[in-house]
Design a protein around this ligand. Structure first.
Ligand code: WT7
Length: 633
């Protein structure tokens, strides 16, 4: 990781003739120049090419109320119509939409016809439970086919899904249900992961003791252990789907292009996680266009995005993107190393996956098991690889390229965020690649690196990464908090979108992402807020105050380190440290568990009482504490 960026920027991987011959866009420079001259025209063209509309827009981009941009205003649509309904005519009807494999090896497949039946039946069930257009529905499940089915069913009737990652625990779930005011919750009895059961329903029961708004809980049976079913509130999915109310004829609710499709909670600078809102019209255009060009998806491809549907990567590129393009997607339930470290490679071989998309942390984790595991599998079906979630270190890039891609497959290191909905800075298959660089702004986008004062810095210098043009898949607002939307993303530098990342641009116009500049920590690519982890710590009876920071970790990229000030009468011990880690795991989720807990007598604070995490971090790294003139004595 210690390599110097300036040495690396010269390392170029040029696309092979084979890749060039297949690329949807061979002349990316020409296309970028055209889209750069008229980005609104570019998006209008893609909206016509890739998406069907029930009635046309009156305006492609309405920027009369910045930064509340609107796209395709006046148009009528529903993303589910484009993801499923339109494929039911003709050849796609019998094509596989989804192939799924469980951790223990069972397989389920859904043609577009079968997926539609399941989605329509469940949409009818939701209607009969009283779910209406605009209502929020929380989904908290393992990686089973019913997860995308539930999302699509909610969207089909014009309601708004709020998926909570199945790896989160009680308080994280409770906070997200409460904020969204969902009256219906869809979950599973449990989820299989790495040979163990995550007791989702038990966590739901705990969370619902803390919130009151939920009236109905629909439970998918997966792990079959005994669970509590509360009379009048909890119902089994399979029971409901067997009733006449599960009508397979359910019309797709045609909505306004700007009507909300989903909300997704993500951690920001301060306080509680906030719900990012995406809409039907622009989002489908952005997701379909980026997936088509960046991963060069072809009709006959088998695509595997190995993320969890509970994060934005899964929303855009497991559920909506592939279906919009009429592709065949693959989804795997379990852990990459279970029962053996070649599980993923075995699945690539078994299903003949052509394009594979994962995160640097997974690559680093699998690298540690050595080359023999991938080498005993036939990976020759692969054509393109992808990476997302955090900067990929060049060693991991080169390993992925050589051992998995056999030096044939370009790696698309896609930079984007929950807020952006779709890739913003990315390579293209026809573009020369630099290991560790996210490439260049996608068609129609323009990025820059600003100094503190808002002037662009010189090439090679670090600064704040900003996006300068609106794009169709952009977030529309923060649910119930439009002021925060303006304040957090559009206020530091008026007129441009602040990403929260620091980055550099090299002389060739390639971007190098360095990391978050706010209080967001990326643990194994998962985005966590320091505030959320700290409040989980403080909810333990022994803790008076807590501060957490992220420090470099070989596999996780960054790991959480906690500093805890105990209440009177408590004494720090290894046993208490363990208990606090467990407590954070139970409140927030296993991914948020601190790597270690240090007991301290005081925390560095400003005179106004803000914890100076920067100082903690510098101390932990043995670096100078920098400017501490605001430090309280
Ligand atoms: C943050 C957004 C998992 C889908 C996108 C994550 C970091 C994302 C890259 C990349 C370097 C990356 C950034 C960004 N990030 N992709 N290719 N190279 N950093 O969505 O959870 O909202 O996180 O992830 O720091 O701001 P997210």
């Amino acid at each position: 990781m210690a390599e110097n960026v300036s040495e690396r920027i010269e390392e170029l991987y040029r696309p092979s003739a084979e890749v060039m011959a297949q690329a949807h866009v061979a002349d990316w420079e020409g296309m970028a120049a055209r889209a750069g001259k008229d980005f609104v025209g570019f998006w209008e063209e893609k909206a016509r090419e890739l998406i069907d509309w029930h009635s046309p827009w009156t305006k492609v981009l309405d920027d009369s109320n910045k930064p509340f941009y609107k796209w395709f205003t006046g148009a009528r649509t529903n993303i589910v119509y484009n993801a499923i309904d339109r494929h039911l005519k003709g050849a796609y009807r019998n094509k596989l939409a989804l192939i799924w494999e469980g951790e223990s090896g069972e397989t389920r497949t859904f043609s577009y016809h079968a997926l539609n039946r399941e989605v329509s039946k469940f949409a009818s069930v939701l209607k009969s439970l009283g779910v209406k257009k605009g209502d929020r529905v929380t989904i908290y499940m393992g990686r089973v086919p019913e997860l995308p089915i539930a999302m699509l069913a909610v969207a089909k009737i014009g309601a708004v899904h709020s998926v909570v990652y199945g790896g989160f625990s009680t308080e994280a779930l409770h906070g997200r249900i409460d904020d969204s005011q969902s009256r219906v919750l869809i979950t599973c009895d449990g989820a299989f992961l790495a040979g163990k059961i995550i007791e989702l329903k038990r966590i739901v029961d705990e969370a619902l003791k803390r919130s009151a708004a939920v009236e109905h809980v629909v439970v998918v049976k997966r792990t079959c252990q005994e669970v509590m079913m509360e009379q009048g509130r909890d119902m089994w999915y399979h029971d409901l789907m067997g009733l006449p109310i599960a009508d397979p004829k359910c019309p797709t609710e045609i909505v306004d292009a700007e009507d909300p499709l989903y909300m997704l909670y993500t951690s920001g600078t301060t306080g509680k996680p906030k719900a990012i809102v995406h809409s039907h019209g622009g989002y489908q255009v952005g997701v379909a266009t980026t997936l088509k060009y960046v991963f060069d998806l072809k009709d006959e491809d088998r695509w595997w995005c190995a993320a969890d549907p509970g994060w934005v990567t899964g929303h855009s590129y497991i559920v909506y993107g592939p279906l919009l393009l009429g592709a065949t997607g693959f989804m795997y339930e379990g852990a990459p190393t279970y029962p053996y470290p070649d599980r993923w490679w075995q699945l690539i071989e078994k299903y003949g996956i052509n394009v594979f998309y994962t995160a640097p942390t997974a690559i680093r984790g699998l690298m540690r098991w050595g080359e023999a595991w991938p080498n005993r599998r036939d990976l020759s079906s692969l054509r393109l690889l992808g990476s997302v979630g955090e900067p990929i270190n060049p060693e991991a890039w080169r390993w992925y390229h050589r051992v998995i891609g056999k030096e044939r497959c370009p790696i698309m290191d896609t930079w984007w965020q929950t807020e952006t909905g779709a890739f913003q800075i990315t390579p293209l298959p026809s573009m020369p690649l630099k290991p560790g660089s996210g490439g260049r702004p996608f068609f129609g986008q323009e990025a820059d690196i600003y100094g503190e004062d808002g002037t662009p810095v010189k090439d090679g210098e670090e600064g704040f990464l900003v996006l300068k043009r609106p794009w169709p898949a952009m977030m529309r607002t923060i649910y119930n908090d439009p002021d925060r939307y303006v304040q957090q993303y559009w206020s530091k530098y008026p007129g441009v979108y602040l990403t929260g990342d620091s980055a550099k641009r090299d002389k060739d116009g390639y971007y190098w992402i360095i990391g978050r500049v706010d209080d967001v920590i990326k643990v194994s690519g998962y985005r966590l807020g320091t505030a959320e982890v700290e409040s989980a710590l403080v909810s333990h009876p022994s803790v008076a105050e807590a501060a957490v920071i992220g420090l470099a970790h070989e596999v996780k990229g960054t790991a959480i380190h906690a500093y805890v000030l105990l209440r009177q009468g408590f004494e720090g011990s290894p046993a208490l440290a363990e208990e606090l880690k467990k407590h954070v795991g139970a409140e927030m989720g296993p991914i948020a568990k601190p790597e270690d807990v240090s007991f301290v007598a005081s925390l560095p604070k400003t005179r106004s009482g803000k914890i100076m995490r920067r100082v903690l971090k510098a101390r932990a790294q043995g670096l100078s504490e920098g400017d501490i003139s605001t430090l309280e004595e």
